[in-house]
Design a protein around this ligand. Structure first.
Ligand code: NDP
Length: 262
């Protein structure tokens, strides 16, 4: 039997147990997926082995630590600098980043993107920037403060007030503005200028319509929130956990069904 878990701090809000257990049930696999509240990042590797997990999803604030402790790191995770999925095989930990893969799958229906603007410079922005660049898309980053822009030396990266280019096919809100407040990620005037010229918008937050998403809809952009990204990161993690590579549709359907239950 496979013993799986999501690990983070906090963890009670995570939808992963419901998603994965529903997929395990739908496919008739032998496994169970739980949640584990960890406070000390330094205990992560030790706890994975001690509790006998064969795979774990890692959420905030341990995604960088998850990559660091792994024995084998896939290229995506290595280049992004964080991992959200760890598999244990023969006493070795393998690290993957399915957030980035999930994001690419979620925006698959956005066709013909050549230039993208990512708002925010956190861990999620880093993963999405790398994923887009891998697809040959030119990526520009903008953030409200300087400190975290340093991690984006491989990209064009600006403070909002220094942004000089306003032409992007896709605009992504990768900040947490709008998550627990009603804020836009930056000045409305700047967004007005950008959104009036773009075609697609993606909001990483899910479960509520943020002010960013509302504004994008006002400009008649094709929009998506972060729910599909959450769904697909789960599907790809599940495939790594169970080595199932030809059952994507039933896994996706089972996880989708789990997400729809309040
Ligand atoms: P981080 O804390 O690493 O980064 C947050 C970023 O948002 C920083 O650039 C920060 O700017 C900026 N920011 C925060 N608050 C505001 C604000 N009020 N106005 C403008 N900018 C702000 O967070 P993550 O990258 O880990 O996560 C970002 C978001 O992505 C979260 O909302 C999270 O829930 C979501 N997410 C969604 C996933 C999904 O599956 N859909 C998966 C993972 C994350 P500064 O540098 O100046 O502090």
């Amino acid at each position: 039997m496979k013993f799986l878990s999501v690990i983070g701090d906090p963890i009670s809000h995570s939808k992963s147990p419901r998603m994965h257990n529903n997929a395990i049930k739908a496919l008739g696999l032998d496994g169970i997926y739980t949640r584990y509240h960890l406070k000390n990042a330094n205990l992560l590797r030790e706890k994975i082995f001690e509790l006998g997990f064969s795979g774990v999803n890692i959420t905030l604030p341990f995604k960088e630590k998850a990559l660091e402790l792994a024995d084998v790191k896939d290229d995506f995770a290595q280049n992004i600098g964080s991992a959200n999925t760890l598999c244990v095989k023969e006493n070795k930990i393998y690290a993957y980043n399915t957030d980035a893969l999930g994001f690419l799958e979620a925006i698959r229906e956005f066709k013909g993107i050549e230039k993208a603007l990512i708002l925010g410079a956190g861990g999620t922005a880093l993963a999405l920037a790398y994923a887009l660049r891998e697809k040959g898309i030119k990526v520009c980053i903008a953030n409200r403060s300087q400190e975290r822009l340093k991690e984006f030396s491989a990209y064009e990266a600006y403070l909002y007030e220094n942004l000089k280019d306003f032409d992007f096919d896709l605009v992504v809100n990768a900040t947490s503005a709008g998550l627990r407040d009603e804020n836009l990620p930056c000045d409305k005037e700047l967004l007005d200028r950008i959104l009036a010229r773009s075609k697609f918008a993606f909001e990483v937050i899910y479960g509520k319509e943020t002010p960013f998403l509302t504004l994008c809809k006002n400009y008649n952009l094709k929009t998506k929130d972060g729910l599909d990204m959450l769904l697909w990161q789960g599907v790809f993690a599940f495939e790594f956990f169970f080595d199932t590579y030809n059952q994507r549709e039933p896994i996706k359907n089972a996880m989708w069904q789990a997400l729809r239950v309040e």
